[in-house]
Design a protein around this ligand. Sequence first.
Ligand code: ADP
Length: 548
Amino acid sequence: MQGLMMDRPLLISSILQYAASYYGDTEIVSVNTEGGEHRYGYRAMAQRSAQLAHGLLAHGMKTGERVGTLAWNNHRHLELYYGVSGVGGVVHTLNPRLFPEQIAWIIKHAEDRWLFTETTFLPLLEALADHLDRVRHIVVMTDRAHMPESSRLKQLMCYEDLLEGQPETIDWPEFDEHTAAALCYTSGTTGHPKGVLYSHRSTLLHAYGAAMGDMLAAGRGDAILAVVPMFHAAGWGLPYAGPIVGAKLVLPGPKMADGETLQRLIETEGVTYAAGVPTIWMALLGYLRESGKTLGRMRYAGVGGAACPPSIIREFHERHGVITAQGWGMTETSPLGSMALLSRAEHESLSDEARIARQAMQGRAAFGVEMRIVDDSHAELPWDGVASGRLQVRGPWVCSAYFRTEHSSAHRDGWFDTGDVAIIHPDGWLQITDRTKDVIKSGGEWISSIELENHAMAHPAVAQAAVIARPHTKWTERPLLIVLPAKDQQPSIDEWRKHFTGRVADWWIPDDVVYVEEMPHTATGKVNKLALRERYADFRFSNDRENQ
Ligand code: ADP
């Protein structure tokens, strides 16, 4: 017997209509690429998204057509999220931090017919001009006064001209909720980048899931600062969940890694919740230490994309009264998979150490995402807080196949293999210990690089730390500690041994340490371990006598 409820499609345009109707005056503030700030409410945002949609249709945009963006977090990018998908187009966010050849490859693979770009990225596109023959329109996301000239890119369109004179209302079309809405490529540290194609349905369900109290520590009356780029996994879904809960949105434009701007926005815009990767928070906390400035009304720091070192959790809380909410996810999971947001009771009952240890894990799966850990033969492992295995997930906002890719070894039996190694505690709390490709296999056992890094980062001499596996004749691999020093201090390996003793098993302790002047990062702001492994390809441990 079938239920007798209405079959209304889950469409992204409904978020816009809802926010415009109920939170019309709630603000969206963004830092302009050309300087200054722009502010308006959800009502005006919906009107301009409608104008954009009309403009796209007037220029022949068709259903399913890919519309590329090379853009910062700002109001125009937000309008593209809604205006393009709302009329059946696919907004394809390109990561400008990738190598130009990768960007060219992705534009071709996705068959982008439109490219929306900031003035900042025009030189990048000019360098790629020879690869853009199939792109029909290039639109610069600026106003007339700031329109640049380009000798290499012909017929540049101005974003504001595209909207000018178009109606401010639109009957958003209704179509199948499984229609593609957005496309985002993973950074592809190995092989070509892979496209994850979100649907309206997956985006809506993800937004519902993300808006839940245990996931997003923000609601009506809150102001969300989205420091995570909108070109990275749909800005972690904040551009969709924020309007649903009626929160103010603060978008930092090109000033994403700038502690001074972030602090100013947090204070002046009354930010209560801000989300970003750990490196962003390290930069902000460093700026606060030096300047003596504070975080105004901010109560929560959302952190994800890489493991959050306990030192960040501690400093946020002890110095600024800010609670850290660590999320785990990936482009393939839209991205929300889990969140470590403690209840008030846990905050009151746990000791500082126990609380930080729990916040330093990745938390509880979002309702809608099923998780399991398996061994190499795909047998399920227990949730006992001890067994560690490959983390697999499934759910309506988990990618079922990559865009235009025939085969993917990550998809099997209806589960997606995340490439992460994890432990699950008896109460379901997730703890990521590594990525499979970063895991250190010593004497047949695994050592968690994340745990070693977390302990290293707690040392006052460390600005940033990474641990990588290097070959060892006797043990196959041993951990090498790589440190970006905070000051001039460079503790010896003996001092490091003392630091780690009692914190981890003795056989986990790194055999050597090297100091670097800069830490390489990937296009998504994580420590680039592949680059480190290449840089230290010839490294030999001094205790590896047979391999000198
Ligand atoms: P990339 O393109 O860099 O792979 P993703 O955002 O898709 O970008 O990366 C997802 C990966 O980031 C996860 O598989 C996991 O390894 C890592 N990650 C994300 N959040 C966390 C977290 N809270 N703790 C540990 N690792 C994380």
